[in-house]
Design a protein around this ligand. Structure first.
Ligand code: CAA
Length: 283
């Protein structure tokens, strides 16, 4: 397993375009793939906006910004995106059937030496790996939103993941400036399991009329020094994303993860948080 020069990122959404951005900023060539040109254009615009902010703040200079942007190509063709990749990072929706289909396609189209990673935030990496036919090279690379700012990379080791793949993932984390933790493949890993329970309780408190959304958030921001309260954070992550994680953890780990009715109703109403312009707050 050599150095990583070329990365394919599957999915140009919130996480996918953030991952593409940090890889490109670190000097890797990136192929970002999504289902249509509109999604790809939105992903590219997200990268431009974020790099713009970082340039304004003097975190990177204009030449580095332009070079990073030039290193990202977009395509709707999965086979084309992964054909010469050293690393594939899947960041598609959290649906096991989609992940299995994607990793089966990677078995066919990605080079044999490529590491195949999933950005899943709670699903079984071991199960996803099964579809690839080569579990040794499959691993979880769980990033956090907003990807360019959050320091953590949660590396998830599936049952069949090889030591070489774990070491390559650690080296990749260093290249993209992230601090890794290595965790066992267990529902919700070390992050989502704790993170969603806080958001879940905050929604139950809102349902019970304990306090307003603003005050529940303020309680954790000022009383516990969280950078943003659990409801504001749920808006940032996406209510649909959190609901999918809760549904999965409820099934795997039990009653404490049962999604609040209010969350499900809001998702049904399209109030998905910041990306939809409305969630617990309006944007
Ligand atoms: N790219 C570049 N810059 C960005 C950015 C992005 N994507 N997003 C925000 N910024 C910049 C802003 O422009 C701002 O710059 P200035 O300070 O110069 O104005 C700076 O970052 C700070 O942003 P804000 O003023 O809007 O707000 P903030 O000080 O609260 O910081 C935050 C924003 C970094 C997001 C901070 O609130 C935070 O750390 N929040 C918690 C985020 C978190 O917990 N993420 C994990 C979610 S869980 C997950 O992702 C995994 C999962 O499985 C679902």
């Amino acid at each position: 397993m050599g150095d990583i020069h070329k990365v394919a990122v599957l999915g140009a959404g919130t996480m996918g375009h953030g991952i593409a951005q940090i890889c490109a900023t670190a000097g890797m060539s990136v192929a970002m793939r999504d289902l249509n040109d509109e999604l790809l254009a939105r992903g590219r615009a997200g990268i431009e906006a974020s790099l713009g902010k970082l340039t304004e703040k003097g975190k990177i200079d204009e030449a580095a910004r332009d070079a990073a942007l030039a290193r990202v190509r977009t395509t709707t063709d999965l086979a084309d995106a992964v054909k010469d990749a050293d690393l594939v990072v899947e960041a598609i929706p959290e649906k096991m059937a989609l992940k299995l289909e994607t990793f089966a396609a990677l078995a066919e189209h990605a080079p044999e030496h490529a590491i195949l990673a999933s950005n899943t935030s709670s699903l079984s990496v071991t199960e996803i790996a099964g579809a690839s036919g080569d579990p040794g090279r499959v691993i979880g690379l769980h990033f956090f939103n907003p990807v360019p700012l959050m320091l953590l990379l949660e590396i998830v080791r599936g049952l069949g993941t090889s030591d070489a793949t774990v070491e390559a993932a650690r080296a990749f984390a260093a290249r993209v400036g992230k601090e890794p933790i290595v965790v066992k493949d267990f529902p919700g890993f070390a992050t989502s399991r704790l993170g969603v329970i806080l958001g879940c309780e905050a929604i139950r408190m809102l349902e019970a009329g304990v306090a307003s959304a603003e005050d529940i958030d303020k309680a954790m921001e000022l009383g516990y020094r969280h950078p943003m309260g659990p409801l504001r954070l749920t808006d940032l992550v996406g209510l649909d994303v959190r609901l999918a994680i809760l549904d999965h953890l409820h099934k795997e780990l039990g009653e404490q993860f049962r999604p609040p009715a209010l969350l499900r109703q809001m998702v049904r109403a399209g109030k998905l948080g910041r990306k939809a312009g409305e969630g617990f707050y309006t944007y």
